[in-house]
Design a protein around this ligand. Sequence first.
Ligand SMILES: Nc1nc2c(ncn2[C@@H]2O[C@H](COP(=O)(O)OP(=O)(O)O)[C@@H](O)[C@H]2O)c(=O)[nH]1
Ligand SMILES: [Mg+2]
Length: 299
Amino acid sequence: MFEELPSVPKSQELLDKAFRRASRYAKNDRSSVMVAGNILSDNLANLIRKFPSLENLPPFYRDIVDIIVGIDILRIKLSRLNWASRQIREITRVSLNDMKRQGENSIYKRAAFGRMSSVIGSIKKDLEFLNEAREKLRWIPAIDPELPTILIAGYPNVGKSSFILQVTDAKPEVATYPFTTKSIQVGHFIQNHQKYQVVDTPGLLDRPFEDRNEIERQAIAALQHLKGVVLFIIDPSGHSGFPLEPQLRLVECIDNFIELPVLVVSNKSDLATYRNGISMSTLTGEGVYEVLGQLTALL
Ligand SMILES: Nc1nc2c(ncn2[C@@H]2O[C@H](COP(=O)(O)OP(=O)(O)O)[C@@H](O)[C@H]2O)c(=O)[nH]1
Ligand SMILES: [Mg+2]
C-alpha cells in the first residue's frame, strides 16, 4: 500500500514538464494552453489518487500514519493539491474561452501560463511535504493487518528472534520503523491453510513502559488493532542477563496496557525451567510447536 507511492515532483519540475511539452507538441496557442493545463491537472490528480485513501485505511495503518506524518495534516496537503488541480482546469477553460471569443493572441497564453505558475508555486511547500511523507511511509513495516498475528514480547536476549526463526519458514523480513532506530522482524507460517504472521518489535514490547516516549506508546497502541495474541517470553535461566523479577513486572505491565490475550512462556528450558507455566527451548526446539498450537488456538 505504501511501498508503491510515487515520488512527488517539485513544483518547478511540474511546471517545466508542462511548459516544455506544450511548446514541443502544441501547434498553436490554444493547444499549448490545453496541453500544459492537462499535464498539470492530471499529474496532480494522479498523485492524489496514488496516495492511500485516508478514509479507508485499516485502523492499524491509520494509527501508524498518524504517528509518522499525521493524518490531519496529510489530508490538508492532499486537498491543497486537489484545489490546485481544479484551479488549473478552470484557468485552462477560461483561457480557451477567451481565445475562442477574442481570437488567438499570445497575451492569453502568457496570462494563462502565468496563472498556472502561480497556482503551482503556491503548493510548493505542500508538494515538498508530501514527498517527505512518502519517504517516511514507504518504510512502514511489512505487517499485514488482515493476518492473524503473534506479537512477541519479552526482555532482550530471551529468545524472541530465535522463536521467529524456529517457527517461520523463510528468513524474516526486516523493516526499519520510521520512528526508532530499531528494526521490526516479520515471519510467516501456514497452519491448516491459514497464514499467520509472527512479529518481533524490538524497542516496543521489550522493556518497562515507564521508559517509553509518546510515539512508542502510540505505536504500541496501534499494534492492538491487529488480530493478535501476545507471546510473552521469559528467560528464567539468567542467561539473558535479566533477573526474573523485572521480567514478571513487564508481563503485568503488558497485561494491563494491552487488551490482546497474552500467553506467557518460559524459554531456554535446556538451561532452567520456571515452576509455573509452559516452557520451551528455542535452541533445541523442545516445546516450541506446543506453544505455537496454544497461540493459534487463542487466535
Ligand atoms: N540455551 C539457550 N539459548 C537460547 C535459547 N533461545 C535463544 N538462545 C540464545 O539467547 C540469545 C538471545 O537470543 P535471541 O533470539 O536473539 O533473543 P531476543 O533478543 O529476545 O531476540 C542468543 O545467543 C540465542 O542463541 C534457548 O532456548 N536456550
Ligand atoms: Mg531479537
